[in-house]
Design a protein around this ligand. Sequence first.
Ligand SMILES: [Zn+2]
Length: 153
Amino acid sequence: MSCELCGKPIVGKPVRVWIEGSQLMVCPQCSRYGSIVRPKATTRPKQIAKRRELSMGLESTVLVSNYNVLIRQARENMGLTQADLAMLIGEKESIVRRLESGRMAPTLELAKKIEKVLKIRLYEEIRQEQELPKPQGLQLTLGDVAVIKERNK
Ligand SMILES: [Zn+2]
């Protein structure tokens, strides 16, 4: 590539400059005759804001196993009848009875209402890494490698 201003082969990095209204690729020596073309900010690819990883994706909520006992104890501690609690959470009294007898597990939505009224925790957040099984597959892979090595001997 040769300089579009002086015509000499460009040694080093060619420079794109504005000279008298036109863009020229010139040698570094000639670049001082023009103004260096800078890419417009608007032409740059917009940086995509990194989305924060949603913590919900990494955690799962699990209903505590003794939810029925927790609900009954918390309700009795607050001096509420099953009918009172039912009214407070906007459900039928029969629902409260079934919840407290353990015959019905509350949905997450229902549990949230109960949690709010009775100030208890019915759903626990479990981090997924704790639930992941141990990598047993790794041992198998190592065993396979050993077999292959044996064959190649
Ligand atoms: Zn030049």
